[in-house]
Design a protein around this ligand. Sequence first.
Ligand SMILES: Cc1cc2nc3c(=O)[nH]c(=O)nc-3n(C[C@H](O)[C@H](O)[C@H](O)COP(=O)(O)OP(=O)(O)OC[C@H]3O[C@@H](n4cnc5c(N)ncnc54)[C@H](O)[C@@H]3O)c2cc1C
Length: 264
Amino acid sequence: MYNFKYHKVNTIQEASNLLISCDDPKILAGGHTLIPTLKQRLSQPSDIIDISMIKDLNKIDLEDNKIIIGALCTHNDIASSIDVLSNIDSLSKLAQQIGDPQVRHRGTIGGSIANADPAADYPAAVIALDAKIYTSKSIYNSDDFFVEMFETAISPDEIIQKIEFTIPTASTYRKFRNPASGYAMAGVFIAKFDDIVRVAITGASSVVFRLRDLEDALSNNFTTSVLDNITIDSSDFNDDIHASSKYRGNLVKVLIEEAISDLI
Ligand SMILES: Cc1cc2nc3c(=O)[nH]c(=O)nc-3n(C[C@H](O)[C@H](O)[C@H](O)COP(=O)(O)OP(=O)(O)OC[C@H]3O[C@@H](n4cnc5c(N)ncnc54)[C@H](O)[C@@H]3O)c2cc1C
């Protein structure tokens, strides 16, 4: 690990000031992605800004048809929230399936979506549930947030504060876990709203994406038979030591079929 200055802040304003004034700062939340990166010397920030003590970023609120989750909520906070379970049970189950107990008790939803790992689970929920991401500078629609592998629309001096999920009429998340890490080899999130269906795929490609042809087909006719007329183009899918792109293509189709069956 390279040397850095450590700052523990109590407010968003303090963190924002440091993000502007320091040479090459990094935010620290749960540390389950950042600390391993530092230990492997893959990153050399001048300053670490620990936001874990900022109050109000670890609340889960239920308002009208929204669940609003603070960026510092851990995966375990989300998995064990009665409000999340009773309104978006798929999100609760998604959080339960992340990593292992240590990861779930330290890792945060804000850190996860800021990191934009292509195999992370929350991005599928953010996209399928058409979440809004509130930061210290702006509000992002889900479709504009994830840009590429490990890249989001936020700037380096921007802090994610909360994520607002729309409560669907029904939803489900199906994931094929990497047996070692728990990350998604592929994951499919389907959310049904009054008039539309949204389908998001994680783990298969360099960035989470929607299957719009399938969404249109399912919005008209919510049955597994729509898959007969849908082609999953896996030519650009991830191809690595864990699975070939062709395997992931097949996996996505199987998970979609299971997910549709969950909601019939
Ligand atoms: C063994 C292991 C297994 C895992 N398995 C899974 C899995 O199955 N599924 C899955 O989805 N994830 C998995 N993860 C990742 C885990 O969920 C991480 O906790 C998460 O990705 C990062 O959250 P964090 O709070 O630890 O962020 P940190 O490590 O503190 O930060 C990660 C990045 O986000 C930035 N950041 C953090 N918070 C904010 C914020 N509020 N605003 C702006 N930027 C911010 C940091 O600067 C850093 O660049 C696993 C991790 C490990 C170590």
